[in-house]
Design a protein around this ligand. Structure first.
Ligand SMILES: Cc1ncc(COP(=O)(O)O)c(C=O)c1O
Length: 374
């Protein structure tokens, strides 16, 4: 079977280094926080070209804590895309705010800035906007930053799938992570930078947001057993995860390049196949967390690929308002046709940096055969 992702291959490639780091941490007796956590935060900050990194226990906590650190509280409204992983919207609800669902753009699966602008100009006041860089492709940050500067909301990015992605801001290539007020990363094992368990981080250019986030994530503790907050929590990074993430961070550029090469091979091999290929906006550099094609008869194609030993994923089979838990957030009379179409059509082909070239070719051959060519 060609798997959709292969985190075990990453461990196999780095086994000597990871085993040594794990043994060192176990022998040190320092399991939460400590030198590996501090070093990982500094190294990730350098990689992402951002001033502050606050490590937390997972990407969902990163979102929830970043929202609170940016001042989002009960009664606030936060705009979110209608097509994303549930955690994006869940975090808004857990922060006590109300999500305002906005349809996605046809070409990049990210929040549609025109639809967002229209919603904000017709009386919706939002405390924050939470774009998602879905599948590793940056949302239209140039347009979102301009809108933020005009309307004054907090711009908090869900970068859980976009470690290392770049986009053009005022003509310069910039990494996702240091653009909005704060960005939230997940290091779930299958992510572009994946831990051996759950882990996450908040990045920000603001010392104040970083300080508040760190306070919230560690019981509001300002010095040993002096607590400045009553509603702090425990969301910290384990030393074992930090040690492993440091090793993998050194490969991230190389492995993102490998993903981009696989994406280029897919795009070339499937150029005349009866499906829609993903596109990159001019100036944007996706890190292809997923390579997502669109097909009218997606479920049949997924089934037939599986019969040929190829596991393709569906991320995600429902738009947010089509989820039982979130249906109540659909605005009365609003529709989200692009999000619904994406949920019906997306198919994510196997994509991981250590994918064998013959496996990429096998996926192309099978898919061309199943869907036919023009
Ligand atoms: C877009 C998006 N947001 C948020 C999350 C939540 O991250 P975590 O699983 O680390 O809590 C994920 C990943 O699972 C994600 O893909």
């Amino acid at each position: 079977m060609i798997p959709p992702v292969d985190p075990a291959a990453e461990y196999a490639a780095l086994r000597g280094e990871i085993d040594a780091a794990v043994a060192e941490v176990l022998a040190s007796g320092q399991f939460v926080g400590g030198p590996h956590v501090a070093a990982f935060e500094a190294e990730l900050a350098a990689f992402l070209e951002v001033d502050h990194v606050v490590s937390v226990a997972n990407g969902t906590d990163a979102l929830e804590i970043a929202l609170a650190a940016c001042g989002v509280a009960a009664g606030d409204v936060v705009a979110v895309p209608a097509f994303t992983f549930a955690a994006t919207v869940e975090a808004v609800v857990r922060a006590g705010a109300t999500p305002l669902l906005i349809d996605i753009a046809e070409d990049d699966f990210a929040i549609d800035v025109r639809a967002l602008t229209a919603a904000l100009r017709t009386g919706n006041a939002v405390r924050a906007v939470l774009p998602v860089h879905l599948y590793g492709h940056p949302a239209d940050m140039q347009a979102l930053l301009a809108l933020r500067d005009e309307l004054g909301f907090a711009l908090i990015e869900d970068a859980a799938q976009a470690h290392g992605a770049r986009c053009q801001i005022d003509g310069a290539q910039r990494r996702i992570g240091g653009l909005g007020d704060a960005a939230c990363f997940s290091f779930y094992p299958t992510k572009n930078l994946g831990a051996a368990g759950d882990a996450g981080a908040i990045t920000t250019g603001s010392a104040e947001i970083a300080r508040t986030a760190r306070l919230i994530a560690n019981h509001g503790d300002i010095s040993k057993y002096e607590h400045a907050l009553a509603d702090g929590r425990n969301s910290r990074l384990d030393a074992l995860q930090a040690a492993i993430l440091r090793i993998k961070l050194r490969r991230l550029d190389e492995w993102n390049e490998a993903r981009r090469r696989i994406a280029a091979t897919y795009a070339l091999g499937l150029a005349d196949a009866n499906l829609r290929l993903p596109r990159e906006r001019a100036g944007a550099e996706s890190v292809f967390h997923q390579f997502t094609v669109r097909l009218a008869d997606r479920d049949r194609v997924q089934r037939e690929l599986r019969e040929r030993g190829i596991a393709a994923g569906i991320h995600y089979p429902r738009a947010i308002h089509q989820q039982p838990g979130f249906a109540r957030f659909a605005a009365p009379g609003a529709s989200y046709p692009i999000a619904e179409q994406a949920a019906a059509e997306v198919l994510c082909l196997p994509m991981y940096p250590l994918m064998k070239p013959e496996d990429t070719q096998a996926v192309i051959t099978a898919l061309r055969d199943i869907v036919g060519t023009r």
